[in-house]
Design a protein around this ligand. Sequence first.
Ligand code: GDP
Ligand code: MG
Length: 441
Amino acid sequence: LSGSISRALQQMSNATIIDEKVLNECLNEITRALLKADVHFDLVKKMQINIKKIVNLDDLAAGHNKRRIIQQAIFNELCNMLDTGKPSFTPKKGKTSVIMFVGLQGSGKTTTCTKYAYYHQKKGWKPALVCADTFRAGAFDQLKQNATKAKIPFYGSYMESDPVKIAVEGVERFKKENCDLIIVDTSGRHQQEAALFEEMRQLAEATKPDLVIFVMDSSIGQAAFSQAQAFNRSVSVGAVIVTKTEGAAKGGGALSAVAATKSPVIFLGTGEHMDEFEVFDVKPFVSRLLGMGDWSGFMDKIHEVVPMDQQPELLQKLSEGNFTLRIMYEQFQNILNMGPIGQVFSMLPGFSAELMPKGREKESQAKIKRYMTMMDSMTNEELDSTNPKLMNESRIMRIARGSGRQVRDVMEMLEEYKRLAKIWSKMKGLKIPKKGDMSAL
Ligand code: GDP
Ligand code: MG
């Protein structure tokens, strides 16, 4: 995708006269690229119309950076398509929520159920898994294996063939056990068929889920729209998770699923393992889709708001890729001060969606302050280390005591650090632009 789009933009940049015709040619080229990336036809069409409305021919003719203007317009349009404007139902720790997973067979439901449970468990939740897939032989074994590995309670049966009965029993049992996140894994079929949708409808009616998550394999292509729509018609889908996004996935299907269900994407599956699971973040996703790299939005912002003379030092730190607890502390400070650099960091993948979700700023600030208090009880050696093994049990106990927090609070903060360090490691080797050389980006 990136190749064809940048080629189209380049051609237009090279044109001496930009008129309606040149712009149209460029947009047609981009349209073809987006279709190839599995963005649904109607969406591409809509985008084309919007871009023509936004992009002003006079601006393009007046020697502004044409490539940048159009690229920005496409970027914004795609972001708008993924941003439904309303967050999905968010479960609350300590309060029971029932979450039902739906999707075709092989889309990654069972794997994603466990990832979702594991993700929350690490943050101190009490999740539980219910296997309501009685259609596929071996379904219960698979869930059981996953759940056992992650030490998550599970419920299912080898004998019972009625999925509704199992689901209801499982949900009841875990409600009694005060689990706060009861996850119901359902069966799929290889194809969309009436029996599947009827089963989903009955399951939803019986278990009354607070949230239905539609799980979609990123490689299903143009079929994404009708598939998401079909599920949404039988059960009201509230959120989407796209799986297998780590490979050469085209990703356009995510836009279709959002359009068909009017629900946001909340997580991405990025591998077969339990922890290959990321909170979905619109801007980095679109950057990747357009081949602009995860960091391009961030780099743009940095140029906008950080004074030129401060950039080398900041960028140097980023490019070394050694993400210490001290750097995390400093970034937290920036965020709390919310000066210009704070805003920049809120754009970083990982910092924005997960640490500071929209509409929960107060909670996020309290969390960041809590993390900082714990880091205040760390030694310089600990703050400057890039070796997580250093943080053994006795150190964690000492930090908890020193800051008047629980051991699990310190663990949570360290988990957060590991998550950010993993994201930041991708920044290593970043080319640092010389003063005044913005075109390099
Ligand atoms: P279900 O039929 O919808 O329950 O799908 P499963 O959870 O059984 O997954 C089907 C296959 O996809 C399994 O081999 C999983 O390991 C694999 N899988 C699921 N999510 C991902 C992912 O994010 N990346 C990759 N590479 N494989 C995945
Ligand atoms: Mg399954």
